[in-house]
Design a binder for this molecule. Structure first.
Ligand code: NCD
Length: 315
């Protein structure tokens, strides 16, 4: 992924975490933690206006609750103007290409574009087409969701001190998950000891896309010694056909409830990117329990996106 780095090796777009090293990732996490500390001490008004005079445009071609809102909050709190591009009411529906839409919005003064799209590679394509604007991938198909990987890493680091040396289990619909791919990139770069991908055969990915990971169908066995557990949603909108015959059986084998969680290491943390299917992949008692990082993930998402925007736009 060279499009995201400039000639000096600095981040110019954020398309994927693949290929970024621990130093580059840690720099973003540290910056997010510093911004969080400033807000904690002085309120949102104490944040530096790092994006004053800049325009950040949200281009979301797929639904989103957390990601879109947190990019908007992040940009606004650092002083940017935010445009939420209304796709349904736009010329995209008249057949305008995405490249022309981007060129148009950039000509009006757009400095950064936050792109979510169901097709792998769309943010990268737009990054290649942008003149000076930065493109941030907010999730493309099952390819990547880099800010989610970063905010997951920050949430783990906050609670456990480090990602390095940890045994991680990512369970559920790994095949269709861009979150799993970006988590593997982030945790791998930061030195996780072992990453186990777990789910029924039909939802496990080809191992080639997941260097250094092991594949497991038995969740109970995969949980032995796990310190970090990432639960994923069944992404039915990305499945070609019904890949799960019986949801109740899925929950019985792959749902995380307190009994199963007790098999993991003491003090293990549980993450879920949301939206959660409560009662299917995760029980209420786990989602809302002391080991859950779900709301920390959401809160950290805002600071990670601030750090990413500040990094890309303060050239
Ligand atoms: C995820 C996504 O859209 O990739 N949600 C998110 O951004 N937090 C995961 C999902 O939809 O299951």
């Amino acid at each position: 992924m060279t499009v995201q780095l400039d000639a000096a090796g600095r981040l110019r777009h954020l398309i994927s975490l693949r290929g970024l090293d621990a130093g580059q990732i840690t720099a973003v996490l540290d910056r997010a933690a510093r911004l969080r500390e400033e807000q904690r001490r002085g309120g949102a008004a104490a944040l530096p206006p790092l994006l004053a005079g800049r325009t950040v445009t949200n281009l979301f071609f797929e639904p989103s609750t957390r990601t879109r809102t947190s990019f908007e909050l992040a940009a606004r709190r650092l002083g940017a103007l935010v445009v939420n591009f209304d796709i349904a009411a736009s010329s995209t529906s008249k057949g305008e290409t995405l490249e022309d839409t981007l060129a148009t919005l950039e000509a009006m003064g757009g400095d950064a574009f936050i792109v979510r799209h169901k097709e792998n590679g769309t943010p990268e394509r737009l990054a290649r087409h942008a003149r000076a604007a930065a493109v941030v991938n907010a999730g493309d198909g099952n390819h990547a969701h880099p800010t989610q990987g970063l905010l997951d890493a920050l949430s783990i680091r906050d609670r456990l001190g480090t990602v390095a040396g940890r045994t991680v289990v990512i369970c559920g619909d790994v095949r269709h998950s861009r979150v799993a791919r970006s988590d593997v990139d982030a945790f791998g770069a930061l030195g996780a000891r072992e990453i186990r991908l777990c789910g029924p055969q039909a939802l496990l990915p080809d191992a080639d896309g997941f260097p250094g990971c092991t594949l497991h169908e038995d969740f109970d066995a995969a949980l032995e010694g796990a310190e970090v557990i990432v639960m994923l949603r069944l992404q039915k909108e990305r499945m070609a056909s019904a890949m799960i015959a019986d949801e109740r059986e899925y929950t019985a084998r792959y749902g995380l409830d307190p009994v199963r969680l007790a098999r993991a290491a003491a003090g293990a943390v549980v993450l879920h990117p949301g939206p959660m299917n409560r009662g299917i992949e995760i029980a209420d008692a786990v989602a809302d329990g002391a080991q859950s990082l779900v709301l920390e993930q959401v809160a950290n998402g805002v600071f990670v996106r601030m750090a990413v925007l500040a990094t890309l736009l303060d050239r």
